[in-house]
Ligand binder design. Structure first.
Ligand code: ZN
Ligand code: ZN
Length: 246
């Protein structure tokens, strides 16, 4: 039992970190820079930790910038205020994501040219064979260590860990919680301590300050990824741009 719980928690947090640190704060917003070596390292880290639900960084980044540009309007790729349930919202998001993935769409942003790309890893990560191998690996851990069949209910969450995180963040972050800033959109801060989604549910703070590295703004708020970014900066793994610090 302890193996399954540990496996689930480690997978949850490592993939949430990859999504927030690499896909969101680095690929989409370029809040910090890193050398080609570290870019490849974190690209690979994102592939391994997201596994069966790996999201292509450039497509994610473009989709995300579209969200910022059109937040909670008809053109927002994932506004919960336009859908009756989270599944139809995510289905719509998936369709737009694939349009970016297949090159049918391109975000009108000067950032696009500098977004991280690794075509070989994108091809491997996107292939059904890779996704099936990851799913088989997760399942084999359950076969060996799960004390009963009930534990297998966690498996679909692990198969789709990236979209599961995205569904919670996109739905809750624009629907439930409090606001520090009176913006035109419906963004909210869902939690004061966003312990499950590593700062990503501070949507209201983030929409007000899209280039601010620390998503927590008020004294009682806490963004779990920010201390890691601060440490990486001190260790010269990344370099924070002066305008984007804390
Ligand atoms: Zn948002
Ligand atoms: Zn953002």
């Amino acid at each position: 039992m302890i193996v399954i719980i540990s496996f689930f928690i480690i997978h949850w947090y490592l993939s949430a970190f990859a999504q927030s640190f690499f896909l969101h704060r680095y690929a989409a917003h370029r809040m910090f820079s890193m050398s080609p070596f570290w870019e490849k390292f974190f690209y690979l880290f994102t592939f391994v930790t997201q596994g069966s639900s790996f999201l292509h960084p450039k497509s994610y980044a473009q989709l995300h910038l579209e969200h910022h540009k059109h937040s909670d309007t008809e053109e927002d790729p994932h506004s919960p205020n336009l859908f009756t349930d989270v599944f139809s919202m995510m289905w719509h998001t998936k369709r737009i994501y694939f349009e970016y993935r297949e090159g049918k769409r391109q975000a009108p942003s000067s950032f696009v040219a500098n977004m991280p790309v690794w075509p070989t890893l994108d091809r491997v990560g996107d292939s059904w064979l890779t996704r099936v191998v990851f799913c088989a690996a997760y399942t084999s851990i359950y076969v060996i260590f799960a004390p009963s069949l009930w534990w297998y209910l966690l498996l679909p969450i692990q198969f789709l860990i990236g979209p599961v995180h995205g569904a919670f963040i996109n739905w809750c972050g624009h629907k439930y919680g409090y606001r520090n800033f009176d913006l035109d959109d419906q963004s909210k801060n869902t939690f004061a301590w966003d312990l499950f989604f590593m700062g990503e549910c501070f949507q209201n703070n983030h929409h007000q300050h899209p280039n601010r590295v620390n998503f927590a703004v008020r004294w009682f708020e806490y963004d779990m990824v920010y201390p890691v970014i601060w440490l990486f900066n001190r260790l010269n793994i990344i370099s924070l741009k002066p305008k984007a610090t804390g």
